[in-house]
Design a protein. Sequence first.
Length: 236
Amino acid sequence: MIMTTIAAQLQHTQQRLQQASHAVGRPEGSVRLLAVSKTFGPDAVAEAVQAGQRAFGENYVQEGVDKIVALRQQLPGVVLEWHCIGPLQTNKTRPVAEHFDWVQSVDRLKVAQRLSDQRPAHLPPLQVCIQVNVDGGPTKSGVAPAELPELARAVAALPRLKLRGLMCIPEPAPSFEAACAVFKSAVGLLEALNAEGLALDTLSMGMSDDLEAAVASGSTLVRVGRAIFGGRPPKG
Ligand SMILES: *Cc1c(COP(=O)(O)O)cnc(C)c1O
């Protein structure tokens, strides 16, 4: 069988994940791979699906919804898992609640309330992560760590959401050790919430350039775009 570029890059990414897990004694399969398909068309997603990938991340609501619908037609009967990972405005929550399986970028209660209200009754609860601004980075959205416990308690109480954990996008770090220190602060935040009585199992952290540090630090879900699909054109 001839392997496509996407299939080969997917396999290479899986190998990186395995090696990174092995290096710190984490069991195989303890880190899931989310393929971030933003800016790539349905055909690229279909190629990754043929190579065995099932979970995909999208940043832009309309682009994501169009792709979800296209893939359902293109690959009937194949169940995919779609994660919204981009900043979410309150006026864009409805299509997200109606089409996605996960939202990782919840950073305020208003958005969470709308997602819960708008989640259709025939679908399972929307799985959510709260995005935390772990390193105080200026350009990234996310709740400040000090405000996290209150938001987490409120989100966990919403009926049509299932709070699963935290997501973070730290600024690029100057070294492996520095990256690990930031990722480990996210682990600490998750552990503190669980000590308070929540039962969170997901830490979404690590991308194409820093997945090794994220896995070494305790990530359970890495979000990888460029290493699988190739470079994206600069955002216009
Ligand atoms: C684009 C994006 C990714 C993937 O980044 P790569 O560097 O392409 O791996 C992961 N998470 C979020 C939130 C993104 O916006």
